[in-house]
Write a protein that binds this ligand. Sequence first.
Ligand SMILES: *Cc1c(COP(=O)(O)O)cnc(C)c1O
Length: 381
Amino acid sequence: MSKIWLSLAHMGGAEQDFVREAFDTNWVVPLGPNVDGFERELSAWLSERANREVHAVALSSGTAAIHLALVMLGVEAGDEVICQSFTFTASANPIRYQGATPVFVDSEPDTWNMDPDLLEAAIQDRLRQTGRKPKAIIPVHLYGTPARMNEIGEVAARYGIPVVEDAAEAMGSVYDGRYCGTIGQYGILSFNGNKMITTSGGGALLCATEEEARQVKFYATQAREPFPWYQHERIGYNYRLSNVSAGIGRGQMRVVDSHIARRQAIHRLYVERLADLPGITVTEPRGETPFLPNYWLTTIKVDREEAGFTPASLGERLAQADVESRPLWKPLHLQPVFASSPAYVNGVAEAQFNCGLCLPSGPMVSDEDVERVVAVIRGMR
Ligand SMILES: *Cc1c(COP(=O)(O)O)cnc(C)c1O
């Protein structure tokens, strides 16, 4: 029996053809036909689903995409940016790259994502304390479950604050008929090795207009002004995706829909197989809004009283059975590096962190693998 991994990449087959083409034509550099092709295909895939024009700019990482969104919004030293607390550190690090201060907002229990009421309370309190509005709001669609974007959007609009959607984990997730990453003013995707699709490492910033996309590309290529010589009037970055990596992305665009369907099927199988087990809940969004998560990772909640074991002990037992699992993201307001940042907390994220576990969910996970994981969980009793 081989090891079952949490979220391994799966190659569709066409990736090597595009990469070979890059080698054959000697486009082994940042930019080139694969970058253009990948951006075109990604933009078309998103535009079709969003029912509006989406302009995707391929970048070296999702983190770079968040950073450039903040650059585009003029976030500077001394500014504050609101960020969901329950997330990976990459959601908030770019705020600090700009010398700004992250302000963390806790989650609501139905989606585990940013609580819209607490968001509004946080904005009002920042206004009281600093006299200034936060410069941006970064909600996250954690594990592929959409945040309550209608309510978050209403609050953001009421105070005139732009929204940067961290959809790193949510490519293909649908919220109220809209695709994650295309709802806010800017959206970001990640193509890291363990995300929905991969370029081995990479990301995209999703813009609403061609002009914004052009500006993002300018910042991502060292902010070179249109002069015959190298003329620079602003600080730029070296954030473009390489033509080789983009070749992998082009191959992945041919299998993205089946990857999404596979992760959703794995989630359904976990729900079905664990339904009768006391103290174990396979996480699904609750509430009225029609959600369709991509279920990037299936997560479970362990009620230690009812289940008779802790998520940590389950994780150990899974490891002994050669199954990779992972604790949920530790909320950023509890991370030592962000100890001095303001935080608006209701306890939801911390409670989830304490009782949750991520299960193997990648497209390489077979139905038999799910049965093996389920058998370990059942064996805990
Ligand atoms: C992976 C991830 C990122 C960062 O993406 P990279 O491509 O790894 O830089 C940002 N936010 C969240 C929520 C992520 O899971």
